[in-house]
Design a binder for this molecule. Structure first.
Ligand SMILES: *Cc1c(COP(=O)(O)O)cnc(C)c1O
Length: 391
């Protein structure tokens, strides 16, 4: 034992067979055979890894899978959806540029635009992405990028993706699309002319509320290179374990998505007409305000999100949540199980009641992220909760 010590790594067992499951590789550093080989690696002449903040296998495996779903190569996995938004914007914008955002973006994206970017000398403003004329009117000579989501949270309005993409193309403006809500199962923004696609992998893609991750990619290699360099330098690294969990989640993504969407359609129809129900918003219903665009842009892929509004204000809202005790009351979306959120006290609490009213939201508004439970169970539980709130 004199030339051995516990400190040295024990060699990994050799095997003539190959693991079927993806290995989890938490190593931060990778030992190279020689300075020559390290040189090859850094210069891209040989494959491999050096340091996990720069790249690691579990992040690459996950990114490759999402690249395939969105239809690009060279997208990157980062530590959260907001890290993906950060890389998607800041790798390309500089002081003096103007960024135009959709007026119902994810709350933290709005906050980045209202507080962080202006501090760095980047001008920002918002416009309604369901109205391409409003977007065009809000463009400035220095507009470098437009950032939109395809379906807004929680009002489920559908952006004029094709119109905005055409407009951006004709003006040489980059179009970034946060595809978290819709997922590539419903829409592939690159096929509609987007330059950059962003995901909170935390939500539907990973699907089990146990990994916080993001992905951002482009079809243009120079855009991807800028985002990779930015993420490596700013340290937006994803945890290998989270990547491993998310990749595992992806194997069942299409099954989960299809089932949740079918359930959402059934739930939206079931909620409609219940006592005290003021409004049900679901992109698949003929009474949806963007019905024509839903048909042309999303087709049958109308998603797993349902928003509804009950009468009776906060008091009725409290009763509904208490009565729906099997449904997690939690401000997230895309979990395998159904979750319920109340925008007035969570995602939209920073707005005044008037600001919420302008979006069509009240104390009675709820957003449901529908999961894969049996549809009849969900319909029964929601009906009981809605009736309890109305009683
Ligand atoms: C959740 C979410 C984000 C942020 O993702 P995190 O993983 O929570 O950082 C960004 N955009 C949309 C549309 C989201 O729903």
């Amino acid at each position: 034992m004199s030339d051995d010590t516990l400190v040295r790594r024990t060699p990994w067992p050799e095997s003539s067979s190959r693991a079927v499951g993806t290995p989890l590789q938490p190593s931060v550093v990778y030992a190279a055979e020689s300075p020559d080989r390290l040189d090859d690696l850094y210069e891209g002449r040989a494959p491999g890894y050096s340091y996990a903040r720069e790249r690691h296998p579990n992040a690459d495996v996950l990114a490759t899978k999402i690249d395939g779903m969105e239809g690009c190569t060279g997208g990157i996995t980062v530590g959260s959806g907001m890290a993906a938004v950060t890389a998607g914007l800041l790798a390309h914008l500089k002081a003096g540029d103007h960024l135009l955002g959709g007026n119902q973006l994810y709350g933290r994206s709005l906050r980045m635009m209202s507080t962080e970017l202006p501090r760095m000398g980047i001008e920002t403003s918002l416009a309604d992405p369901t109205d391409v004329a409003a977007i065009e009117a809000a463009l400035r000579p220095n507009t470098r990028m437009v950032l939109i989501e395809v379906v807004s949270n929680p009002t489920l309005r559908v952006a004029d993706l094709d119109g905005i993409a055409q407009l951006c193309k004709s003006r040489g403006i980059l179009l970034a699309v946060d595809n978290t809500f819709t997922t590539p199962r419903a829409v592939k923004p690159f096929d509609h002319g987007a330059d950059i696609v962003i995901h909170s992998v935390t939500k539907l893609l990973a699907g089990h509320s146990d990994a916080t991750l993001g992905w951002v990619g482009a079809r243009d290699a120079a855009l991807n290179e800028a985002m990779l360099g930015f993420a490596q330098t700013l340290g937006l690294t994803a945890s290998p374990f989270d990547c491993w969990l998310a990749e595992r989640g992806l194997y069942s993504f299409e099954l989960r998505y299809d089932r949740a969407e079918e359930n959402a359609r059934a739930l939206a129809d079931h909620l409609h007409g219940l006592p005290g129900m003021e409004r049900v918003i679901y992109p698949g219903r003929p009474d949806h305000p963007d019905h024509n665009r839903v048909a042309s842009l999303l087709g049958e892929r109308t998603g797993n999100m349902v928003t509804f509004e009950i009468a009776g204000g906060r008091e009725a809202a409290n009763k509904l949540v208490r009565a729906a005790s099997n449904i997690a009351f939690a401000p997230t979306l895309g979990d395998i199980g159904t979750t319920l959120s109340h925008p007035a006290t969570s995602s939209h609490r920073a707005l005044t009641p008037e600001g919420r009213a302008a979006l069509g939201l009240s104390e009675g508004s709820f957003r449901v992220s529908v999961g894969v439970e049996p549809a009849d169970l969900l319909c029964r539980e929601f009906e009981a909760a809605v009736r309890a709130a109305a009683a």
